[in-house]
Design a protein around this ligand. Sequence first.
Ligand SMILES: O=C(O)[C@H](O)C(=O)CO
Ligand SMILES: [Mg+2]
Length: 254
Amino acid sequence: MKFSANLGFLWADRPLPDAIRAAKAAGFDAVECHWPYEVPVEEVSAALAETGLRMLGLNTVRGNTAKGENGLSALPGREDDARAAIDQAIAYAVAIDTPSIHVMAGFATGDAASEAFRANLSYACAQAAPHGISILIEPLNRYDAPGYFLTTTEQAREIIARVGAPNLKLMFDCYHVQLMEGDLTHRLRALQPVIGHIQFASVPDRAAPDRGEVNYAHVFGVVRDMGWPTPLGAEYKPGGDTDATLGWLKDLRG
Ligand SMILES: O=C(O)[C@H](O)C(=O)CO
Ligand SMILES: [Mg+2]
């Protein structure tokens, strides 16, 4: 199995280029992040070139976080802001050769939000396609993000079908899916054609995957048997020194 370190959480206490180097030293096969925009692309590119790791994904900005915004693309009336965030993410992704962008929906509900989200996703997919970039949408759980527009894989699957763009995919974060829907391995297999990236963390505490209610040794085996080709994203909160939480990776590596 190959694993990607999500640097939004792992080594988040270090500057992003140093976090990339730490992921390499720890044996990860790739990295991904949340919001890298404060860091000059030259610094990130240099760290990626030095380590040989690829940055697999990044997120669109959340918007006005002081006001509690958590994404813009499902907010009716905020299309200009949402598309500026999409443009920004594509430009950054192109500069560091990142193959996928998570377009964040935001806190919203109702038909107008659905229409706004689909229209902004169509825009994102059209802008990203010439660069070979996939657009990801990710259901978030109702405990961490109450009121978030996108909460289930079933909802995501319907949106993906209605938008109808080949580069629109599902971010299957096992942590969120377990909290909202469960039945992880059936869902992974059934949704494989629309999944663009897989992430994981223990449930319910979002820590390293060697604890909690999900048996990740089993889940990883199912993903391997599916022939899943790309690294799985370790997106968990280490709660201190990241290196001290990597027993699961060492055990898997043997
Ligand atoms: O929280 C998550 O699971 C996401 O993957 C994210 O990108 C930030 O909300
Ligand atoms: Mg996630």
